[in-house]
Design a protein around this ligand. Structure first.
Ligand code: AMX
Length: 437
């Protein structure tokens, strides 16, 4: 057993009595109620999921294992010569809740090297798709193609399945997915946008740095990849990608089925596809400007054009957050401290939208949150570093989101969470209850 798996075994063992006690002794304690608005309106805010991996406060934003984004970045050991932690150290932290030592990080980096080789049949399956398929289709197919080697599915089918240790094989699949998904993403990028010019894995590099290397990116982009994957990892359990992954795995579908499904949810324009939509919106606006400088006036007019056409302003609003997303701020700070990027015309335009859109959306009066979310800022950084194929941006999100989703389902199995099965009612019933007040 690796050090990380041993540590995780210890943590899961120690946690189990807490969950068992809550279920057995306090199972009837009411923690929420449901109204008709929530029943029709996407189950918004209903407290009915448990996770200790991250928590999203509407005012404060995300905390990973109790730490804010700046605290997380400050606490974790950094990649060699970098201000940013490796994705591997963050993975250790998400799984165990403990900040790893450098030696523990090195062990995970080494472990990932043994896992990251992607079988050729995965690439064959992706190549068989039409080249103009969306890269999210390719990513979802790539993850699903790996399913035949699932250690969890093999354990389930072995006749020796045992609930107490089932998490160990979920951990194996989860770790394989986290180690391999950047390699699959890089393959897709190279296939679609670099004329199939594939770069081999560099075994001396950590996960983020290797992704940068594989897509032929610059030295500076290594930090972009590390930062981006960590920021997009987790946003508690109710968002579409995390919830789908959890739901599908709750049927004991293995992590490959579960995460492929999660990715399909991430591909929706109200969720992960918003980052591609933001760039599309900005490019359309720039075209209309026809060389003129963006001003508060012309940005305001463009925002109203979008709203009056009955469309949403991509990158703004959130189902839970009620302030500027700290993931937006972390990326904005990256832009402000990076020479060149802070004076980049696209960054300036995004900053102008940041100044303008909250006022316009407030005046429009529909959204409960007029502030930007993570997607409003992320495309600018990618664009600046030359990754201009914006239909790939959700794939980057999907590589990062694997960390949170995989940590969550490892713990789901560790704590033996039940198959998810909420109850539905009919409109007749709702009308009857409405009439009864
Ligand atoms: N522009 C215009 N109108 C908006 C809006 C926006 N950015 N955000 C919300 N609204 C509208 C909604 O469409 C809804 O209108 P309706 O009553 O006519 O249906 C109304 O405001 C109330 O919505 P809400 O309760 O504030 O938001 P929600 O919880 O229903 O939806 C979200 C949240 C993110 C889907 C929504 O804000 C949105 O569509 N934003 C733009 C897309 C986006 O940026 N998505 C990415 C989210 C982050 C992520 O998952 N990656």
């Amino acid at each position: 057993m690796t050090q990380l798996k041993e540590k995780l075994a210890e943590k899961i063992q120690a946690h189990r009595p807490r969950t068992a006690k809550l279920t057995k002794e306090y199972g009837n304690v009411v923690i929420d109620k449901v109204d008709i608005g929530q029943c029709i309106g996407g189950a918004r805010d209903i407290r009915c999921l448990v996770t200790d991996i991250s928590y999203l406060d509407p005012q404060e934003g995300i905390r990973f294992r109790g730490k804010t984004i700046p605290e997380t970045f400050a606490a974790l050991p950094k990649a060699p010569g970098s201000d940013y932690p490796t994705v591997e150290s963050f993975w250790y932290f998400l799984l165990t809740g403990e900040v790893p030592t450098q030696a523990q990080v090195d062990a995970v980096v080494a472990e990932f090297k043994t896992r990251q080789q992607v079988p050729e049949y995965v690439f064959t399956a992706i190549r068989a798709l039409p080249r103009d398929s969306h890269p999210m289709v390719m990513l979802s197919v790539g993850i699903l193609a790996l399913q035949k080697d699932s250690k969890f599915a093999a354990f389930y089918n072995s006749g020796k399945f045992n609930k107490m240790v089932a998490w160990e094989t979920v951990y194996e699949d989860a770790s394989d997915i986290v180690a391999r998904i950047p390699v699959i993403a890089a393959f897709i990028y190279n296939l679609k946008y670099r004329g199939d010019k594939q770069n081999a894995i560099d075994p001396s590099l950590d996960l983020g740095a290797n992704f940068a290397h594989m897509i032929g990116q610059s030295e500076q982009y290594k930090d972009v990849a590390r930062m981006y994957f960590i920021l997009h990892s987790d946003h508690e359990s109710g968002n579409v990608s995390a919830h789908t992954t959890h739901l599908v795995h709750s049927a004991l579908s293995d992590p490959y089925y579960a995460y492929s499904a999660g990715l399909n949810g991430l591909a929706g324009p109200l969720h992960g596809l918003a980052n591609q939509e933001v760039l599309g919106w900005i490019m359309e606006f720039q075209k209309k400007l026809n060389g003129a400088q963006p001003t508060k006036e012309n940005v305001t007019a463009a925002l109203w054009d979008t709203l009056n056409a009955g469309q949403v302003v991509p990158g703004y609003g959130h189902a839970v957050l009620r302030k500027t997303d700290p993931r937006y701020m972390a990326q904005r700070e990256f832009c402000l401290k990076t020479p060149g990027l802070k004076d980049d015309p696209l960054f300036k335009l995004v900053a102008m939208i940041f100044e303008t859109a909250p006022g316009v959306l407030t005046e429009h009066g529909k959204t409960k949150n007029p502030w930007p979310n993570v997607d409003a800022q992320s495309g600018v950084i990618q664009w600046y570093y030359g990754l201009k194929e914006w239909d790939f941006y959700t794939v980057l999100f999907g590589v990062g989101r694997a960390l949170g989703c995989m940590a969550n389902i490892t713990w789901d199995r560790g704590l033996g969470y039940a198959i998810e099965r909420p109850k539905s009612v009919t409109t007749d019933m709702l009308e009857k209850w409405a009439a009864e007040g």
